[in-house]
Design a protein around this ligand. Sequence first.
Ligand code: SAM
Length: 266
Amino acid sequence: MSMMEKTPQVARLYEDHSSVQYELGQDLIASHLRPFPGQTVLDLGCGTGRLARKIGSVVAKQGRVLGVDPNTERIAVATEEERRCSESHQRNLTFIPGLVHDAVQHGPFDAVFSNFALHWVPKDDTDASVSSIVKCLKPGGRLCANLTHDSGACANDLSLVTTGQTEESVTGMDFRSLQYWTDKFTAAGLQIEYALQDDNTTMNFPSVREYFDFVKAYTEGAVDYQKLNARELSDFMGNHSLGSLESKFVYILSVLTIVASKPEDR
Ligand SMILES: C[S@@+](CC[C@H](N)C(=O)[O-])C[C@H]1O[C@@H](n2cnc3c(N)ncnc32)[C@H](O)[C@@H]1O
């Protein structure tokens, strides 16, 4: 089995090959988070910080964004990119390594934003994480989250070919239902404003190679197509009726979108 590699190279690969996920995060920002100048936002599981930078540019210098992620290499890339990209030197963005529990002392925030991170929270830390999310919110504050319910046959197929195990068992991701999450948030005192399961979310990759790089990056190197031999590669391509590594590739996954608010009197 391949091991997860939390290296600067794999973190950089994520920054360079996560555009499809970034686009879904941008949709969540535009449709539900709808930030405005002066707001404070926590980006939970911020990865290399692309979406946090996007939110930071809207909340502007009177606002503030904190990005938190347990992967220290991704936080290093986020911090480096923020310094490089912040032409106006607004410096309204901070990145810290850690979990949501570590963000509580920096709050409360107007919103907690989280794009494809909650399915990484281990089951035995879910109740504590949900409780920390609630503590991070101001009364009236909102949680806006995208998460994966099932990352699709293609990803699992690639994991099976490369490691002989399912993607879930290789990476430690823990997929749970929409009902599971809405029940958890409701029990912790949030009001569900919006909850949707879309089993046909498409990610359009310009090539199979880009898809493979994305999988390698988000599984932190655990699922690595470069370790495939010629027969395994041809089996994978054949199963998906693909001609070459340069063929366009559409990846279909199930996405849960949840928006929940903290009552004003809490
Ligand atoms: C698929 S990436 C998404 C990154 C970023 N939000 C984006 O959209 O590009 C998932 C992130 O969740 C982080 N993560 C893993 N376990 C976590 C946890 N318990 N709490 C919060 N984030 C976690 C990972 O380190 C990873 O960077």
